[in-house]
Design a protein around this ligand. Structure first.
Ligand code: ZN
Length: 245
């Protein structure tokens, strides 16, 4: 039999066990501290060198690049290794699904990646750790080495649009999947909320794993409230068993 395509929408809750707080959610740090929000708001970042200096220091101190994948990331990667067709649509920018072993081409990063930088002038990309090494060496607002332009993380800042190509691919996967698992997301912001609705409209089995209620619980086929670190491995195990039968 054909194995069902599993789409996994992963939100901030998937990475909290790796020590990465929810910055971006409705109650996240960026949204509750106006000064912190400026550091990740495109208009302020581009217009004020002092904001950029603070943003580079914050990135250098956050330690987010040193975070390790947790049981939830590993469970998703194991499902893929078991031969189940899996695609991850993630709201996270930490790259931990890939570090856990998910092939990069099967992970759509809806909000970009904090592991890379992009030049706002020539659009050249490079590794974040190389730029942070320049900050360590004393550059407080490192510029693009190719064109001198302003560098920013390859994440979608507030005030920036999501990548329409990534969004289009995410929508296509959502429409094509037979199982849609929304995990660790409040499903209150776009595109997560919209994708979940699309999955349900297209007849996917909808499974929601989240500590708090979401607006989609009522239409879900299954709602799991237990901690993600145990819920996701168990869910993945049952999907593997189903797929083998
Ligand atoms: Zn450049």
């Amino acid at each position: 039999m054909n194995r069902p395509l599993v789409a996994i929408l992963s939100g901030a809750g998937v990475s909290t066990d790796s020590g990465i707080p929810d910055y971006r959610g409705p109650n996240g740090l960026w949204r509750t501290d106006p000064e912190a929000e400026k550091l990740v708001t495109y208009e302020y970042y581009m217009g004020d060198p002092e904001i950029r200096r603070r943003a580079w220091l914050m990135r250098r101190q956050s330690g987010a690049l040193r975070a390790e994948p947790n049981a939830a990331h590993r469970a998703v990667a194991e499902l893929e290794r078991a031969g189940v067709p899996v695609r991850v649509l993630t709201q996270n920018v930490d790259g931990l699904h890939q570090l856990a072993g998910m092939p990069a081409r099967k992970v759509l990063e809806l909000h970009g990646s904090a592991r890379s930088v992009v030049c706002t002038g020539c659009h050249a990309r490079g590794p974040m750790d190389e730029v942070l090494a320049r900050v360590d060496a004393g550059e407080d607002d490192p510029a693009c080495l190719t064109c001198g332009g302003i560098l920013k993380p390859a994440t979608v800042m507030f005030g920036e649009r999501l990548d329409p190509v990534v969004l289009g691919e995410a929508a296509a996967i959502t429409k094509a999947c037979q199982i849609f698992i929304a995990v660790g997301s409040s499903l209150q912001v776009q595109p997560a909320a919209g994708l979940t609705g699309v999955a349900a409209d297209h007849g996917a089995r909808l499974i929601i794993v989240n500590a708090e209620p979401t607006p989609y619980d009522e239409i879900a086929d299954e709602v799991v409230r237990e901690p993600i670190g145990t819920a996701l491995p168990r869910l993945v195990h049952s999907l593997r068993t189903e797929g083998a039968s």
